[in-house]
Design a protein around this ligand. Structure first.
Ligand code: NAG
Ligand code: NAG
Ligand code: NAG
Ligand code: NAG
Ligand code: NAG
Ligand code: NAG
Length: 512
């Protein structure tokens, strides 16, 4: 008898099923991004995972935001002094995710949906108040200068003149609430919109990092995801985003939509890298296998954001079918519009590429130092750059250009630990920092002599793990969780004799 048969015989299958669902549902309440994963069940309107996936309100998922307060803005032009940053926070929000406009397509085993995210301030978890005043780089002015960089000289001059007229500074002092949710007005935003010159301007009248995002379904786009019904290997993969299987934000083949939506992972994990498609940055990101870990008694594979994503010269093999071309579209349109776009294979590209410098196509022009990802194209042309908090795992120059940054890998990495047999995430820390590139401008006087800096604005953390009490609630006397999970995967469809089947014949079947 094979080992799993022994365990099954010992535990008895009826009781086992209960434990499994108890555990899986409990996991559901607490796993990555407040959603979860029940790999025993593919996603259908009747599956146990469905309700949890549709609305995470019952789970406690928190978004913790840390700001950097710039305490010496007057010293920016004094090259003997580094900008000093003081980390404030966390400002902690409970996050609810709801899926809306859900349509299942049984004909191709996919589901289409949009996502609504709502945030509720949790005062007891916060260190500070939303009224705290914070000094930050003036993102609106920097973005305007960056966008006009390649415009005719005269137009750059008028920007320069406007900044002067509005007595704008290269920093702003705003409350946390203004910076995040309520936004603040800026003359430049209204001028830019009125003049009609900038047709790629975001359709907003105020600026705030989460302005108009609370309760909106606009920002994550429309996903078409594989349900895994006929092929569990595809479970949770994003196949189309905004009705396309490629984006227009990066060069082909880096514009391919690929990777998991982050909620469901197929079972039988190997140590092969995993990929996650992240709408916030309009691209897939690779998490590299780091090590085997034991988390609260459960064996797991830990995958983390590392060199392959953070460096600017990563080579990767792309199968030729991943070379996707999008007919020219403007950047602003693609982000939220639902218009289907024709994707044409380019004959000269449609050949068998062996390897491709992924760094190069994600650089989108000039490359950045290791550790920062250029998301300018995905942010209406604002010079946004994503990194790990405190530029962890990045070029040392990035953090040492400031005082007050101290990368510590334990606190500032982004990792996903999956239980290998089921693919269920058991410990996740999603952490990213948002930075703005400040650099000298020839024609905008305010920025004439500024140093070149990737300026940190804030970072956030979403940390989810299996809570300790899971064991007291779901672990019957002497049952080891690792055995339970193994059983989940090898359950047979109709309870047929295990000994007549080999492991490779086995498929995952929902056992209800
Ligand atoms: C942020 O720094 C400024 C000085 O630049 C200070 O006046 C302000 O109180 C600080 N904010 C907080 C919340 O500590
Ligand atoms: C709360 O924030 C202050 C800075 O404003 C910091 O010195 C302190 O360590 C923080 N406390 C916690 C528990 O994070
Ligand atoms: C987000 O919107 C909800 C209502 O939809 C509200 O209760 C909540 O306070 C808002 N959150 C923030 C941070 O403004
Ligand atoms: C699956 O079918 C639906 C409905 O026809 C379609 O909208 C969707 O784009 C298809 N998905 C894929 C990946 O082809
Ligand atoms: C790539 O990153 C390295 C390490 O940070 C840096 O030295 C190099 O200048 C970058 N390459 C380009 C083309 O910017
Ligand atoms: C970042 O991307 C933008 C457009 O997508 C490009 O113009 C710019 O050169 C890139 N690199 C840097 C360092 O800004």
């Amino acid at each position: 008898m094979r080992p799993w048969t022994v365990r099954r015989a010992l535990l008895g299958s009826a009781g086992l099923t209960l434990i499994i669902f108890g555990a899986a549902l409990y996991l559901l309440r607490h796993a990555i991004f407040g959603k979860i994963v029940n790999n025993v069940l593919s996603l259908t309107p009747n599956s146990k995972a469905y309700e949890m996936w549709r609305d995470t309100d019952k789970m406690n998922t928190y978004l913790d935001i840390y700001f950097f307060n710039w305490t010496n803005p007057e010293d920016l032009l004094d090259l003997s002094k580094k900008p000093n940053l003081v980390q404030l926070g966390p400002y902690s929000f409970r996050e609810r995710r709801e899926k809306v406009n859900i349509v299942f397509h049984p004909e191709n085993d996919t589901v289409s949906y949009q996502q609504r995210r709502t945030w509720f301030l949790d005062k007891s978890r916060s260190n500070g108040s939303l009224d705290d005043k914070i000094c930050e780089l003036n993102v609106v002015a920097v973005s305007a200068a960056e966008k006009t960089r390649f415009w005719p000289y005269m137009m750059q001059q008028s920007l320069s003149y406007m900044l002067d007229q509005f007595s704008s500074k290269y920093y702003v002092v705003k409350t946390v609430d203004e910076l995040l949710f309520t936004g603040f007005e800026d003359h430049l935003i209204s001028m830019g919109r009125m003049s009609g010159l900038d047709d790629t301007a975001p359709p907003f009248d105020r600026f705030g990092w989460f302005y108009e995002r609370n309760g909106s379904t606009m920002f994550d786009g429309t996903n078409n995801m594989a349900t895994g019904v006929n092929d569990i290997e595809n479970l949770g993969k994003v196949l189309k985003w905004n009705y396309q299987n490629a984006t227009n934000y990066y060069e082909s083949p880096c514009n391919a939509i690929e990777g998991s939506a982050g909620e469901f992972w197929p079972p039988y994990r190997t140590t092969e890298d995993i990929r996650l498609f992240t709408p916030d940055i309009c691209r897939p990101v690779t998490y590299e296998f780091e090590k085997e870990v034991v988390y609260k008694g459960i064996q797991g594979y830990k995958f983390a954001l590392g060199k392959k994503t953070l460096s600017n010269d990563t080579r990767r093999h792309y199968p030729h079918q991943q070379f996707k071309y999008v007919e020219s579209m403007t950047t602003a349109e693609g982000f939220s519009s639902a218009d289907p776009t024709v994707i044409k294979p380019q004959p000269e590209i449609d050949r068998d590429f062996k390897e491709m410098n992924e760094g190069k196509c994600y650089c989108n022009g000039e490359c950045s130092p290791m550790g920062v990802l250029n998301i300018t194209a995905c942010r209406y042309g604002a010079p946004g750059f994503i990194s790990l908090p405190h530029f962890n795992r990045g070029d040392k120059v990035l953090a040492s250009s400031f005082t007050g940054l101290q990368p510590v890998d334990d606190k500032h990495s982004f990792y996903i630990t999956l239980e290998p047999t089921t693919g269920i995430p058991i410990d996740v820390a999603a952490r990213l920092q948002v930075n703005i590139l400040l650099r000298p401008s020839k024609s905008v006087v305010m920025f004439k002599d500024v140093p070149t800096l990737y300026f940190p604005m804030f970072w956030f953390e979403m940390k989810v793990g299996i809570p300790d009490d899971m064991f007291t609630q779901n672990k019957p006397n002497g049952v080891d969780m690792s055995q339970v999970k193994t059983e989940v995967v090898y359950m047979d469809k109709a309870g047929t004799s295990e000994d007549t089947q080999t492991r490779t014949d086995r498929r995952l079947h929902p056992k209800l």
